[in-house]
Design a protein around this ligand. Structure first.
Ligand code: MG
Ligand code: ZN
Length: 361
């Protein structure tokens, strides 16, 4: 016993020294400013959804790779429970607004988005989603309309925006419009190569757009395949050609739709696809060395949890408590230069503030 105490103490000192050294090295590394930011939004992805990635994914979860974790409060300006429009406006423009608002304040004044700000400074920008590209979450990064339902108006904003790469669904809002405008032709006039059939044909122009469904993309369960990770790979390949840097937003749109449907198989399959996409972003960032990766959610959907099966604590079962969104805080995961800023508990608008702080010269 006499000897065991000093050995224990020594072990504790050694191991704590080891940990301290690791943390401080990581600290200096992540306090540099990033050249590029990848923001991944899992729509409706609360902590139980993230946990599902551990219990139902055959692969190790990419969420485990993040060294910095935070929590955000998601209420909108007028509602305790946000929708995706107010949630994404907070991320894209740093303001709290009303549910349904796309890039506008509570009095419907347009407010500049991160894409508008950084593209003026010469950065390339991109958007990838499994919804239509005019759906609330991606729309908030380039459009300014008082109501999220105004998909045809939102599509016009995309044509007029400085976005360099986009991939998702929503072809109808560009090609089958009430005003008969052909926005595909207008995008092509602006230097875009537009593909409406598949991701594999890589155009050589500087701007690329993929519109691969009339409205939302198919579910994973209906054969969407690797669209999200592959579109992310393409976006990174294209945007990283810019020496000035880039901002890329990627949305796992349908985790939310699985939550609304109270359909655990739908939710979990979309979550695993989003997790895989996080892996693509983290792999790129690791090789690149100048890229911050932030993965978060606009809100939780479904009041989803993992409860016991009957009385059995050895078995879990997905349980939903609402078919809408919930007010619970959602996690933020960060890795790379600047990631240290994303720890702690803060408002969703902080995501914007921190990203802009890091991209300012
Ligand atoms: Mg969304
Ligand atoms: Zn929703």
């Amino acid at each position: 016993m006499k000897f065991s105490i000093p050995i224990l103490v020594l072990c504790t000192i050694l191991s704590s020294c080891g940990v301290k050294q690791d943390v401080s090295m990581q600290g200096t590394e992540n306090k540099k400013k990033p050249k590029n930011i990848i923001l991944l939004i899992g729509d409706g992805t609360g902590l139980s959804q993230v946990s599902a990635s551990h219990f139902y994914n055959e692969e190790p979860s990419n969420y485990d790779k993040f060294p910095v974790i935070g929590l955000i409060k998601t209420s909108s300006a007028e509602e305790l429970i946000t929708d995706s429009a107010a949630g994404a406006t907070a991320f894209a423009s740093g303001i709290k607004t009303y549910n349904g608002a796309i890039g506008v304040t509570t009095d419907t004044t347009a407010v500049e988005t991160i894409i508008e700000q950084v593209s003026k400074r010469g950065l390339s920008t991109g958007l990838v989603a499994t919804s239509s590209i005019t759906h609330a979450t991606p729309a908030c990064f380039y459009a300014h309309v008082p109501q999220r339902k105004m998909a045809e108006e939102i599509a016009v904003f995309l044509v007029e925006s400085d976005v360099d790469f986009f991939a998702g669904g929503g072809l109808n809002y560009f090609a089958k419009r009430a005003d008969n405008r052909n926005l595909i032709a207008e995008l092509e006039e602006k230097g875009f190569a537009i593909d409406t059939s598949n991701l594999s044909s890589i155009p050589t122009t500087s701007k690329q757009g993929f519109l691969l469904a009339n409205d939302g993309m198919p579910k994973i369960l209906d054969g969407r395949g690797d669209f999200l990770p592959e579109a992310t790979r393409l976006a990174l390949e294209q945007l990283s050609k810019n020496e000035e840097g880039f901002f890329l937003m990627i949305e796992g749109s349908q985790v939310d739709w699985g939550g609304h449907a109270n359909d655990a198989d739908y939710l979990i399959s979309e979550l695993i696809d989003f997790d895989k996409t996080i892996g693509v972003a983290l792999d790129f960032a690791k090789t690149n060395g100048e890229t911050l990766v932030v993965a978060t959610a606009d809100h939780e959907t479904g009041g989803f949890t993992l409860g016991r099966e009957g009385d059995n604590y050895k078995k879990i079962k997905p349980i939903f408590s609402t078919n809408g969104h919930s007010a619970t805080m959602v996690p933020v995961f960060a890795e790379g230069p600047g990631s240290y800023l994303f720890g702690g508990v803060y408002e969703n608008t902080g995501i914007f503030t921190k990203m802009i702080q890091l991209l300012s010269k």
